[in-house]
Design a protein around this ligand. Structure first.
Ligand code: SAH
Length: 364
């Protein structure tokens, strides 16, 4: 068992079962032994590959998208560019390089990275040093609070899927929370709470779900979305959320653990495997709308990238590429946009203040 696993077993022995959300929070962000706190999980040698690591075109398209928003906002002299969970800093590096073509934009930008991992912060600093000196924060509120009054451009790619969710299972006696507890041999196992939880926790659309159904609730993600929407409504700006997920409330256990590009048991090696869930975009959309922002999408990642001109960008890159690079560019384009790859499972949703009307990429 991992060090973190042994710690969790002790904790559960003395204090009783913990929720799936507590388990995820410990497994991913325990200050000493959490998955993201220890290492660089990305790429071929790591556990998983994200879109910005597949091709520079991904970050470039997002940089231009936010750049055009800045122009449409009337090119404010100061803008906070904020990325949530920047990983290796690759998306931001590509975005800032693309933004250079828009006169005045880089000078207007104050760069903020919301990142809990000290290991990844170091990699991000190195990646971005030729463009901007970022300020790091542990949570979005730490950026928004002191920025009050000034507009923001926010980017979150594969960030919301890493936030802790609670899971509830429908039984004859109501919705019971799934808990991590110990079996007779003191191994981690899952069990339902003996008493049902109040039904209000579950989205109304799911109340009549069949027995055995599982509902997931990501309170942390909902609160972050709410903070962003409320800020943008008052002080202006745009936010882009990209992740794997679903557009309508639905039941199902989407919690998955990945190590070395393979699925593994979620309880097997706490702290050494990545844990994610699918993002409930319907819920995020409802929250944004309740704060009276403009809302775009969710749409397919493939459609979004193509409508921003990624095909033309790939042609430009192909014209200068070696034979080997040509193959890589074509493969990357396919992986990012095709429905059989990341093109439609990955959703893109944006929100902006009501004054911003020409947001690109969501044409029907
Ligand atoms: N956006 C990057 C990385 C995605 S992985 C990419 O597309 O490649 C998730 C990222 O979010 C990592 O950088 C991780 O360290 C960070 N992270 C996870 N949970 C977080 C939290 N609660 N607060 C801030 N950052 C978090």
């Amino acid at each position: 068992m991992t060090v973190l696993g042994t710690y969790l077993i002790k904790l559960i022995k003395t204090q009783g079962p913990i929720t799936i959300a507590n388990f995820m929070a410990e497994a991913l962000s325990n200050p000493q032994h959490g998955y993201y706190m220890k290492k660089d999980p990305f790429g071929k040698e790591g556990d998983f590959t994200t879109a910005p690591e597949i091709s520079q075109m991904f970050g470039e398209m997002i940089g231009l998208w936010q750049g055009v928003n800045w122009l449409n906002m009337g090119s404010p002299g100061k803008i906070h560019l904020i990325e949530l969970g920047p990983g290796r800093g690759t998306l931001m590096q590509d975005a800032l390089r693309a933004m250079k073509v828009i006169p005045g934009l880089l000078d207007a930008i104050e760069l903020h990275l919301v990142e809990i991992s000290p290991a990844l912060r170091k990699i991000q600093a190195e990646k971005l040093k030729e463009y901007k000196r970022p300020t790091w924060h542990n949570k979005i509120g730490d950026v928004l609070e002191p920025s009050k009054g000034e507009p923001v451009l926010i980017i979150a790619n594969e960030f919301f899927d890493a936030l802790p969710v609670r899971q509830f299972q429908k039984t004859a006696t109501g919705w019971h929370e799934r808990l991590v507890c110990l079996d007779h041999q003191n191994n981690l196992t899952l069990q339902l709470a003996p008493a049902p939880s109040p039904e209000q926790i579950i989205p109304t659309a799911l109340h009549r779900a069949d027995e055995g159904s599982i509902a997931e609730v990501c309170t942390v993600g909902e609160n972050i979305c709410s903070e962003i929407a409320e800020y943008i409504r008052h002080y202006g700006g745009a936010a882009l959320i990209m992740d794997y997920g679903y557009d309508a409330h639905s039941t199902g256990d989407t919690l998955q653990a990945v190590k070395n590009h393979k699925y593994v048991d979620i309880l097997s090696e706490p702290g050494d495997v990545d844990l994610t869930t699918h993002v409930n975009f319907h819920r995020l959309k409802q929250i944004a709308l309740s704060h009276e922002t403009r809302l775009y999408g969710p749409t397919d990642q493939g459609k979004f990238l193509k409508s921003l001109g990624m095909e033309a960008r790939s042609q430009t890159l192909l014209a200068k590429a070696s034979e080997k690079q040509k193959q890589e560019i074509l493969t990357a384009f396919h992986r990012l946009t095709d429905a059989s790859e990341m093109g439609s499972l990955f959703r893109v949703m944006a929100l902006s203040d009501r004054g911003l009307t020409d947001v690109m990429g969501f044409e029907q």
